[in-house]
Design a protein around this ligand. Structure first.
Ligand code: TXA
Ligand code: MG
Length: 327
């Protein structure tokens, strides 16, 4: 995959370099940039290919849902459904080190892979001049996990990002050290309660004072058990999903990988996640193909075995969640 080879360009914060960084993001490339909390590894949140490349570059063992960063409250409102309390928090604390998880707006632009199949979306308006300039120039939601490899600590300088991800991403915008140095506070705003999903750069007491209520502890998706989301559901196909199939049973549709097909009956429909056997391409196609097969009448969907390395494990994990019975 292209992100694993090649040189990472160091960019400054001049208007020319910001425009270059925005053009790279718009073209689907990965660009790290400073925010007031930590550096983020940015990718176009509307582009599943870009998001698959991001998961690959981070070496994430799972498709954790990502935070969509936007420049304005209006852009945030186009992505998610805000309760009156969520709107109060957004108005009071954005731009700033606060992420709100809200129900996704139907037709919202953040792609399903960036949401890891959840029907909620995490949104943040960062308060950093370079991040804001970049988001305005890119003019689209930018998914940005902390710019470190999975399992490493978050990066608060361009140098840290270079050490961790150099050679795997297109560019790093060097905007100096991130002033806060810890990630944003994440609040769940999925019903009429507000829950703490991750403590971070904005103190609980300040948030509770603004709300005039205490905040319950919630469970972030990343820590949730291997079951459909406890906060809100993952994409659940209507048809039964049979993983790691060795044969096609009568009436089944096939979700293939690597163009090899399976023995047995002729499938009622077939989609191949990646005929060439590329796992990044497979990740990018996952939700679209699952939905397409799910819309076709069948006795169920059988999935070909996936290699357990790289993104294969993450794809398998999401398929297991999709196949699990609803709570
Ligand atoms: O300060 C920050 O938040 C930084 C900067 C770059 O903005 N970003 C960051 O992203 O820390 P990341 O991906 O490292 O952490 C995002 C967390 C993950 O634990 C993820 O599980 C959670 O947000 N999250 C995202 N969407 C979610 C959702 N729909 N429901 C529950 N949790 C969600
Ligand atoms: Mg992180």
């Amino acid at each position: 995959m292209s992100e694993t080879a090649g040189k990472t360009v160091m960019l400054t914060t001049t208007p020319d370099d910001i425009a270059r960084a925005a053009a790279l993001l718009s073209a689907g490339a990965l660009v790290a940039f400073p925010t007031e909390t930590v550096y983020g590894l940015g990718a176009d949140a509307t582009n599943p290919q870009a998001i698959a490349g991001l998961y690959a570059a981070k070496g994430r063992p799972q498709f954790n849902p990502l935070i969509a960063h936007v420049a304005t409250l209006d852009q945030a409102l186009a992505l998610g459904l805000f309760s009156s309390q969520a709107l109060l928090l957004a108005t009071r604390f954005w731009p700033g080190p606060l992420t709100l998880v809200v129900p996704v707006r139907p037709q919202g632009a953040v792609c399903e892979l960036a949401r890891a199949g959840l029907d909620s979306v995490a949104i943040r308006v960062p308060d950093h001049p370079v991040a804001r300039a970049l988001l305005i120039a890119a003019n689209r939601p930018i998914a940005a996990p902390s710019a470190n490899r999975s399992g490493h600590v978050s990066a608060s300088t361009a140098r840290h990002v270079q050490d961790d991800l150099g050679g795997r991403i297109a560019a790093i915008v060097d905007g100096g050290a991130s002033p806060i140095g810890v990630e944003s506070t994440i609040l769940g705003c999925l019903d009429d309660r507000i829950t703490m999903l991750r403590p971070g750069g904005l103190a609980r007491a300040e948030l509770e004072a603004a709300l005039g209520a205490t905040i319950q502890d919630g469970v972030a998706d990343a820590e949730a058990p291997r079951a459909p989301g406890r906060l809100t559901s993952h994409y659940a196909p209507r048809h039964a999903l049979r993983l790691n199939g060795s044969e096609i049973r009568p009436g089944e549709a096939l979700l293939d990988f690597g163009g090899k097909g399976l023995p047995g009956s002729v499938p009622v429909a077939t989609r191949d996640l990646s005929p060439s056997g590329n796992l990044t391409e497979a990740a990018a196609n996952l939700y679209t193909y699952l939905r397409e097969l799910d819309s076709i009448p069948s006795a169920g969907i059988v999935v070909s075995p996936l290699p357990p390395d790289g993104l294969g494990e993450a794809i398998e994990d999401r398929l297991i969640r999709a196949a699990a019975p609803r709570a």
